[in-house]
Design a protein around this ligand. Structure first.
Ligand code: ADP
Length: 303
């Protein structure tokens, strides 16, 4: 699969509780983790057994070099990742004692990744394209159109939250959003529970083949041409929710690429998301295939 998207260095501080506006809270020693939704999803899929090509931009700095080396060490093909002048993208992440986070992103090189920077060879073998919204929209749209022209399927994780231009709906086959992102897309309040979220998924699925809404500790709902359903989350101790969504997207992408039936594919994605919340950091918390499969099979509802 091909992932076109962001690479960030995550600077993480654990705090007792998230600060209010104007407030200073003291945290523990900060830690650095490779991150960015694009890179996280590429690593998630690679750890789950997929062959993945990452396409993106880093700065000509030490963060960029570290990100490239860590992606390559995960077995991700990084030929489509180039270094450009200016800083690498950085995410400033606060995580509280309950595992909730607040994030500010300085996009750096990700913001300077234009549609003209996409190379035809990045799409030569694409069967599934995975994109998010942390690089400029015209670049995402061009990547989607290129993948489509080659007959590939396109999975759009519409994160961070924003309204989508009309062409996004035309170019996406699969749409994955969390509750706040779903609320933004539908211009409604966030769904109150799985039944309301399923309604939202149905509404989104009128415009794409498959719409999936992730619900944190309540799992995920899906709706589309192949049916609909709610798959509850796996019960796990929460350490750090960072990258749960990326683990979910990576898991869903791998399962779809392998042609799994939908309920099981969503369950597998839930298992990946659940494992990610049990460990700190973004990429370090992403599960390996054997762990995700073991959790999937251990659960009484597995099928
Ligand atoms: P995001 O990380 O984008 O906010 P969610 O919070 O919806 O997205 O999490 C994505 C997926 O990760 C969920 O659908 C679920 O499968 C899993 N997940 C998240 N939080 C938990 C949790 N507390 N317990 C179990 N699984 C979780």
């Amino acid at each position: 699969m091909v992932v076109v998207g962001s690479l960030n260095m995550d600077l993480v501080v654990r705090v007792e509780r998230l600060p209010l506006p104007g407030e200073t809270v003291l945290g523990e020693d900060y830690q650095t983790y490779p991150g960015g939704k694009g890179a996280n999803q590429a690593v998630a899929a690679a750890r789950l057994g997929a062959r993945v090509r990452m396409v993106g931009r880093i700065g000509q700095d030490s963060f960029g070099r570290t990100l490239l080396a860590s992606l390559a060490a995960e077995g991700v093909d990084v030929e489509g990742v180039a270094a450009v002048p200016g800083p690498t993208g950085v995410a400033f992440i606060l995580v509280d004692a309950k595992g909730q986070n607040a994030i500010a992103v300085a996009p750096g090189a990700n913001a300077r990744f234009g549609p003209e920077d996409l190379a035809e060879k990045d799409f030569e073998t694409v069967q599934l394209l995975v994109v998010q919204l942390e690089i400029p929209w015209p670049t995402v749209a061009r990547a989607m159109a290129r993948a489509r022209a080659r007959g590939a399927r396109v999975l759009l994780n519409a994160a961070p939250a924003r309204l989508l231009p009309e062409e996004a709906w035309r170019l996406a086959d699969v749409l994955v959003v969390n509750e706040p992102e779903a609320a933004t897309l539908t211009q409604r309040d966030p769904p109150a529970g799985p039944p309301e979220a399923l309604d939202v998924a149905r509404a989104l699925a009128r415009r794409v083949q498959l719409a999936v809404v992730t619900l944190g500790a309540q799992g995920a709902v899906w709706a589309g041409a192949a049916g609909e359903g709610h798959e509850p989350a796996f019960s796990v101790p929460v350490v750090d929710a960072t990258a749960a969504g990326d683990a979910f997207v990576g898991g869903l992408a791998v399962a779809l690429a392998e042609g799994w039936p939908l309920p099981r594919a969503v369950r597998f994605a839930n298992a990946c998301g659940a494992l990610a919340v049990t460990r700190p950091g973004a990429q370090p918390s992403l599960p390996r295939r054997e762990d995700a499969v073991a959790l999937l099979e251990r659960h009484p509802g597995a099928r």
